[in-house]
Design a protein. Structure first.
Length: 76
């Protein structure tokens, strides 16, 4: 049995897998979250005061939480 290449004019329909659908859903939810949380908030840390968008502050806190989790669970 030989494999015949598809004719160049024949288009194959691509279907989305579960991971692609999940990634698309997460991307849409993230975009909605960002659009709804654009207000500026004031963050005070000791003597440092910063104004930033709420979504950006939450992103930074998420990153710090992930970094702490990775460092806390790292095996020696």
């Amino acid at each position: 049995m030989t494999h015949h290449p598809e004719h160049p004019m024949t288009r194959r329909r691509r279907t989305l897998g579960g991971k692609q659908i999940a990634a698309l859903v997460v991307a849409v939810v993230t975009l909605i979250f960002i659009l709804q949380n654009r207000d500026a908030v004031q963050i005070a840390f000791f003597t440092l005061t910063v104004n930033a968008a709420l979504w950006f502050v939450l992103l930074i806190v998420l990153g710090l939480g992930v970094a702490i989790g990775v460092l806390a669970t790292r095996r020696r």
